[in-house]
Design a protein around this ligand. Sequence first.
Ligand code: AMP
Length: 190
Amino acid sequence: MKNVVLFGPPGAGKGTQAEVIKLKYDLFHISTGDVFRNNIKNNTDLGLLAKGYMNKGELVPDEITINMLSEVVEKNIHVNGFIFDGFPRTESQAITLDKLLGKFNTSISGMIALEVNDEILINRLLERGKGSGRADDSNREIIENRINEYYTKTAILKTYYQRKNCYYGVDGVGSIEEITSRIVDAMSKL
Ligand code: AMP
């Protein structure tokens, strides 16, 4: 199984690239943000729980996120491999993911991180907010809060995967095709 974590701050282009990469490598794409948004749309209990955090630009608590993610992985464990988009976002999530995959005798093959500077991120997200209808993309303060959550809780995962010798940084600025080709290059090393 090839299991990839597609990593990077909000607005780095994880969702866009995951759509391309999943087809190229026949991977099952899990976007925790998309799962939460679908639950919100369908008014589920999970959606109600997640909505308050998401609309403020805060991370949904680990316990809620981990339970949801574990269920999706266990249900789909017979796929060719997973591409995780937006998960893990805390060290505790990363540790849980390792244990969860370990139960099925598999592991993370690598973390591919899209590197983009903050000013570009904010502008990309404000631009996306005009068309996406996403409440958390529509306002500069919420966007800054999301980026702040990334630096305080998520960015440390770079070290977590570097220690496992499976961190691959990729320049996330350029055309979609250029960035895809850098990711493909990194995938060849996993
Ligand atoms: P995304 O679509 O990945 O930008 O995620 C949108 C929002 O969903 C985030 O700002 C968080 O509120 C929530 N979220 C998504 N994934 C996670 C996660 N792994 N841990 C906690 N919160 C998450």
